[in-house]
Structure formats: C-alpha cells, structure tokens
Write a protein that binds this ligand. Structure first.
Ligand SMILES: Nc1ncnc2c1ncn2[C@@H]1O[C@H](COP(=O)(O)OP(=O)(O)OP(=O)(O)O)[C@@H](O)[C@H]1O
Ligand SMILES: [Mg+2]
Length: 263
C-alpha cells in the first residue's frame, strides 16, 4: 500500500510544487516507486517542474470522463525510471473534477506505488479539499515569513479536525545569512510558533530560481539535492535530521562581524 502524502500550504507560492518534485526525485533516487499527482487542477505546474510536459497526452479529467484508462494518462519521468506523474487538467474548470472522482482515480493506484505525493493548491477552498481527500499524511509548506507561518497555523488547525497519520512542516526558502543577521526567523523560532513537527528545511537556492526561469524544469545540483535527500530520509526512516542552512554563511558572517568591530 502506498504512503499517500499531500503537500499543501496556506499561502500560494511558498514552494509546494518544488518540494513535491524535489522529494519525488529523491525518493525515486532511493529506488522507491513514486507517483506525483497534480492536484492543483487548472493552475498545474507539476508537468513543467518534472519536465514531463511534452510527454502528456491524457490527463486526470480524461480518465474521469472515460476518455482513457488511468495507465494511459500516467507518464514516466525521462531520467528517474521509478518516478511517474499523473497530470492535471489542461483545459477544464477546476470544479469539473469532483472530489469523489479524484479520490477514486488516485485510490485505485494504492497498490502500484510506494509513495503517492499529491501537489495541492494553496488555501482551504475546494481544490485543497479535493487534494487532501485521499492523503493519509500531510506536509505543510511554509516560508519563514510571518504571513506564511500564520496561514500554516490556520491550515493545520483546519486539518486537525480530520484524521491523518502524520502532519509535519517543511520550511522552504530560508536564508542562513539573514537568520544570522537576525533579519529572518530561525528554524527554532518558527518551530516554537507552530505546534507541528518540522520535517525538513529547504534553503533558498539560486539554482532553483534559475531553473524555474530558464526552462521551468527543476534541475538540482548535488548541494540542492542534499536538502531533498534529507527530507526523503526523514520521511522513510522517521529521522529528524535537518539541513545545516547556516553552515556556509558562518565563516562569511564572522568575517563581516570582525570587520564591523575593527572599523
Ligand atoms: N527553495 C527555493 N529556493 C529558491 N526558489 C524557490 C525555492 N522553492 C521554490 N522556489 C521558487 O518559488 C516559486 C514558487 O514555487 P512553487 O511553484 O513551488 O510554489 P507553490 O507553493 O507550488 O505555488 P502555487 O501556490 O502557485 O502552486 C518558483 O519560482 C520556484 O522556483
Ligand atoms: Mg504549485
């Protein structure tokens, strides 16, 4: 039976699709069979980030409307052979994909994968309800910004009434240099503000921004991969390791402090 994990958030643009894709790459690299489901229907990006856009013929709406079988809609990743994508809808209103139809389409794949990761839209509206309906674990994505943390707290209280095996947070786009200068909340400060365990940290990496700007597909260097690998290992083995997001800045920070003291 697959572990079905939804990646969601209160605020938009905090990195849900990036985390879903990066985590999928890392889990596939570890040898697991992984299905990424694009639950952000109408505003789908998973096809672009995974680089599967060109391979898509059918989507989840074609499956629901009986135009094709689910296995015809699922596309295999070019490089990670155990990674698959169930694409969202290219041309239909989000509301046309009913919660029950979405649930039925995903649940029938329960025995075919080790992991099913569902990329969700932001907020707590209909699209979110649909994306979380089939999941048994929740990963909330947040950035270190107050508005995002506040909305994460709201979504977690909203989800507390529902039954999930696990709920955890990934802090995305954190910057060690700003945290050291006390210009950004640290992981421990964010952790205190939220009553949900921290699953992992993904720092703000220029490489992610650059790949998003150049061709859209997530292209990970070893350094960036490490953050997602730690995340994947925490999920698989129940570890609590966190990426050392301050390490590379500590030397630099000390130099700046010393030069300020000297002047
Ligand atoms: N760790 C990171 N470092 C640098 N840029 C990042 C990082 N994570 C995400 N981004 C960038 O932030 C933008 C938003 O990311 P993404 O699309 O994953 O967010 P989202 O939460 O899925 O957005 P939406 O709510 O619109 O679905 C993208 O341009 C992406 O490249
Ligand atoms: Mg997204």
């Amino acid at each position: 039976m697959a572990r079905k994990i939804v990646i969601t958030s209160g605020k938009g643009g905090v990195g849900k699709t990036t985390i879903c894709t990066g985590l999928g790459f890392s889990l596939a690299k570890m040898g697991y069979s992984v299905l990424l489901v694009d639950g952000d229907i109408g505003l789908n990006n998973l096809d672009i980030l995974t680089g599967t856009y060109d391979k898509i013929t059918y989507d989840i709406f074609d499956v629901i409307s009986g135009k094709c079988r689910i296995n015809q809609a699922i596309v295999r990743h070019n490089f990670y052979k155990t990674l698959f994508v169930l694409p969202s809808v290219k041309a239909c209103f989000s509301e046309n994909v009913k919660i029950k139809d979405f649930y039925d389409s995903v649940i029938c794949l329960n025995n075919d994968f080790d992991f099913i990761l569902i990329d969700s839209p932001a907020g707590v509206e209909f699209g979110f309800e649909r994306a979380v309906c089939v999941a048994d674990e929740v990963v909330l994505a947040t950035t270190p910004h107050i508005t995002s943390i506040k909305n994460t707290d709201r979504v977690s209280s909203f989800l507390n009434g529902k039954y999930f095996n696990k709920m955890s947070v990934v802090i995305n786009k954190i910057r060690g240099d700003l945290v050291l200068k006390k210009e950004m909340l640290s992981v421990s400060e964010i952790s205190k503000a939220l009553s949900i365990p921290i699953l992992g940290i993904v720092p703000e990496f220029d490489e992610i921004s650059v790949s998003a700007s150049i061709n859209g597909a997530l292209n990970l260097s070893d350094k960036v991969f490490k953050a997602f690998d730690i995340l994947a290992q925490n999920i698989c083995f129940g570890k609590n390791c966190l990426y050392d997001y301050k390490k590379q800045h500590i030397g630099l920070f000390k130099k700046i402090l010393n030069s300020i003291k000297r002047s």
